[in-house]
Design a protein around this ligand. Structure first.
Ligand code: BTN
Length: 275
């Protein structure tokens, strides 16, 4: 079982020896005991048996080797209200916080739009955000983060995945890593709140005054690449990812020349030979 010490900036931390899905568990406990969760909480395990991925996929992880972290966030408890249309930024904050934590360990990771973490072109971590209705009205959000930590090559769930063990050549202590990621995310959350939830106002973090959008533009390796974007409904667009809109959508110049911004989709980075 994970061992987590005191983590700065969190209202409550719950560590589970094993669970189906930490995201599902977050929904259940919010329904069952809404009074016992504050603005920013963590439910964590190293053994998740029925993890959920984006687009109704499953998220596989062998017992005891990876981190499954669900941040149960209740913006209604914050001093300033975060409008519902701004909730999607919280997934971006989690991805940036994870990239920063990895950077402090000497691991260079980039973001694949919207919130995947890559090392090179291999996926190290994924994020699934889900809205949870609050009994009193409005919504909480669960930001579920799955990180491949101590997987050997033969244990990788899919071909395009990697792990921290493979990237660094050494195993990592899961509890310490979870604590570092959680305090980094909490710091991002508070800084974003202090910036009035405005992605264009500088966030005062790590002695750097860069806005959320600027940080995303710097860290997102999707930008400038040729990509295929698979849209809900089965259509796909191929082209060059030109930038992020002020709302965080991906701006794509399609091969037809048309430029459009997309809020959702499943993105594939194309290698030069596939372009
Ligand atoms: C993706 O498809 O890339 C997102 C994967 C998200 C997995 C995490 S693990 C913790 C949390 N609990 C879940 O069931 N899913 C998320």
């Amino acid at each position: 079982m994970l061992e987590l010490g005191q983590i700065e900036g969190l209202d409550r931390v719950l560590v589970l020896p094993q669970v189906g899905s930490t995201n599902d568990y977050a929904r259940q406990v919010l329904d069952a005991e809404p009074g016992s969760w504050g603005a920013f909480n963590l439910i964590a395990t190293d053994t998740q048996t029925r993890g959920r991925g984006r687009l109704d996929r499953i998220w596989l992880a062998p017992a005891g080797k990876n981190l499954a972290l669900s941040f149960l966030i209740r913006p209604l408890f914050s001093t300033q209200t975060l409008p519902l249309e701004g909730y999607h930024w919280l997934g971006s904050l989690a991805a940036l916080a994870l990239a920063d934590s990895l950077g402090r360990m000497g691991v260079a990771a980039s973001l694949k739009w919207p919130n995947d973490l890559l090392i090179g072109q291999k996926k190290l971590a994924g994020i699934l955000t889900q809205l949870l209705p609050e009994k009193e009205g409005g919504y909480a959000l669960v930001v579920g983060l799955g990180l491949n930590v101590n997987l050997e090559a033969a244990e990788l769930p899919v071909e395009g995945a990697t792990s921290l063990l493979l990237a660094t050549g050494r195993p990592h202590e899961l509890g310490a890593l979870a604590g570092e990621i959680a305090s980094s995310f909490a710091a991002y959350y508070r800084a974003f709140e202090a910036a009035g939830w405005n992605p264009q106002i500088p966030l005062d973090l790590d002695g750097r005054q860069a806005s959320l959008l600027e940080r995303l533009e710097t860290q997102t390796s999707t930008l400038g690449r040729r990509v295929t974007l698979h849209l809900p409904g089965g259509q796909q667009v191929q082209g060059v990812a030109e930038g992020l809109t002020p709302g965080g959508e991906l701006e794509l110049r399609a091969d037809s020349g048309e430029i459009r911004a997309y809020r959702v989709g499943d993105l594939v980075h194309l290698r030069p030979a596939e372009s």
